[in-house]
Write a protein that binds this ligand. Structure first.
Ligand SMILES: Cc1ncc(C[n+]2csc(CCOP(=O)(O)OP(=O)(O)O)c2C)c(N)n1
Length: 504
């Protein structure tokens, strides 16, 4: 078949496939035509078409989470690539492998009053692990090396997003077929992280776990965490996918924190904890603290730069006679946490074979009250993107997941990311539950804003959000209820929006 004669585009397609990439989110443009043609005519990938690059990037992130695989996305030249920024920042801090491909003009056109040109190369450098810039007609061995470097960095021992900027000169359309291109897989091999001496792990210890994504590493973590010695007490937040293995829920820990004594040692893993109070408690701890996980950032705690599963596997084998001494304090001063409609809803969904996405705001805080049972898996963008992209991420997961995907979202978060509903191909495996509580309820709860006279006008206030009409316009079924105990997820062909209102 005829194809682009841009050899670098074809090399990119071939190498992405060799690196195990199977899904690409495509946003339209003319400068990226060679790449789109190489991807679609190679027959090597499932392509997902999303016009808005901000939505496209979060959807790619959601796919990578659901598949436990690197996902790529491609956009045209100009500011399009900047719209990848929020999702790349999230992926950087949550260690999700995604490949951002931006098409560019040749450099002689940059800053020359040409349309849709910006200085694209390295433009995302603060939120990616590796950036490469490839010229049109680049020497094939050099292009091969650069593309390999970027793809290997996405899926290396520290996973994360990378940026491949591809310059293309005119003509951009099909101009003949291409013969074989030079594409050879290069992967760094060797020990993934530092070798660490774990022999010091016999002291009375707490292990706090923030967000961990579903997948192979999580399966190993779950296996080994059930075997760790009794000197370890696990406090796992809901988005860790370990809350069913936690001694108490993260919310119970927080509610009782003033009466909990410090252990000899604290370990922390996963993305940042939701509980600000628990984080402060850890910050103030007089004992030694370690962050566990592959990272190249120096935290204010000591770091054990190994995957959490490696650490747990090692300590699982350590024999100790120390057993935990702090928790007996709790039985004397125990504070229960009150269920709310959202935590009841999450408890109701817990144990179902679903991938549960939870938006920021109060929803992820309410989730901390529930020990979420398997096989439910959970994801929340807890890196840096806040209320941005929660719906796009969940919809991205639903496009590739074999399981039903359920999103619980605040109404302001849902309104913010409304463009996600325009995504093609969202099916009956997607249910979005919007907690309709008249805007950013979190600002009615947190000390910084709860007593401000400006609160309702400048903090909580909802943007326009005619949810029922939007659902109809975008082809979603719609149900409104004030009873979380009556909620059932989508059963039919069409995606479903459930508006959960406050009891009258
Ligand atoms: C991109 C971004 N902008 C602003 C914020 C600040 N912020 C935190 S929570 C929140 C409101 C969330 O409201 P909603 O989604 O309705 O959830 P609720 O608080 O009602 O549970 C905002 C604006 C953020 N987290 N992310």
């Amino acid at each position: 078949m005829e194809n682009t004669d841009k050899s670098t585009a074809w090399q990119l397609a071939s190498l992405m496939h060799l690196h195990g990439i199977r899904h690409v989110v495509v946003s339209p443009g003319s400068r990226n035509t060679p790449v789109i043609l190489a991807f679609s005519r190679s027959g090597l990938f499932s392509l997902h078409y999303i016009v808005d690059e901000r939505v496209a990037a979060f959807a790619a992130l959601g796919m990578a989470v659901a598949l436990d695989q690197t996902v790529a996305m491609v956009c045209t030249s100009g500011s399009a690539v900047l719209n990848y920024g929020p999702a790349l920042a999230e992926a950087y801090y949550s260690h999700i492998p995604i490949v951002a491909i931006s098409a560019d003009r040749p450099y002689c056109d940059i800053d020359q009053n040409r349309p849709q040109t910006i200085r694209q190369a390295n433009v995302l450098d603060h939120v990616i692990r590796k950036s490469v810039d490839i010229r049109d007609g680049e020497d094939s061995k050099y292009a091969n090396r650069l593309i390999n470097e970027a793809l290997a960095a996405a899926d290396g021992h520290i996973k994360g997003p990378v940026h491949i900027n591809m310059q293309f000169a005119m003509p951009l359309t099909i101009s003949g077929s291409i013969g074989s291109v030079y594409s050879r897989l290069i992967r760094p091999i060797g020990p993934p992280c530092e070798v660490v001496d774990f022999s010091d792990c016999t002291r009375d210890s707490y292990l706090f776990v923030g967000g961990l994504r579903p997948g192979q590493e999580l399966r190993m973590v779950r296996e080994y965490i059930s075997q760790i010695p009794s000197n370890f007490t696990v406090i796992a937040e809901a988005q860790s996918n370990l809350s069913d293995m936690s001694l108490i829920t993260a919310a119970e820990f927080e509610a009782n924190i003033d009466s909990i004594s410090y252990p000899d040692c604290i370990f922390i893993a996963g993305s940042p904890l939701v509980s600000a109070k628990t984080s402060r408690w850890i910050d103030d701890a007089p004992c030694q603290r370690f962050y566990i996980g592959c990272n190249d950032i120096v935290f204010s705690y000591d770091s054990l730069r190994v995957p959490l599963s490696t650490f747990l596997r090692h300590i699982a084998g350590i024999k100790t006679s120390v057993s935990h001494k702090c928790l007996p304090d709790l039985s004397r001063t125990w504070h229960e946490t009150e269920p709310t409609p959202v935590s009841r809803l999450i408890a109701r969904l817990s144990g179902k074979d679903i991938l549960l996405h939870i938006s920021n705001g109060m929803s992820i805080r309410e989730a901390q009250k529930v020990a979420i049972a398997r096989p439910t898996e959970i994801w929340s963008n807890r890196g840096v993107s806040g209320i941005d992209g929660c719906t796009s991420t969940a919809i991205g997961s639903s496009l590739v997941s074999e399981h039903p995907v359920v999103l619980i979202s605040g109404d302001m978060s849902a309104a913010y990311d409304i463009g996600a509903l325009a995504t093609e191909g969202v099916g009956g495996n997607f249910t979005m539950i919007v907690v309709s509580n008249n805007g950013g309820d979190i600002f009615r709860k947190v000390a910084t804003t709860c007593d401000l006279p400006e609160r309702e006008r400048y903090f909580t206030a909802m943007p326009k959000f005619p949810l029922q009409q939007l659902a109809a316009a975008y082809g979603f079924d719609y149900i409104s209820t004030d009873d979380p105990d009556s909620i059932e997820i989508a059963q039919g062909q069409r995606p479903l929006i459930i508006e959960l209102t406050a009891k009258k």
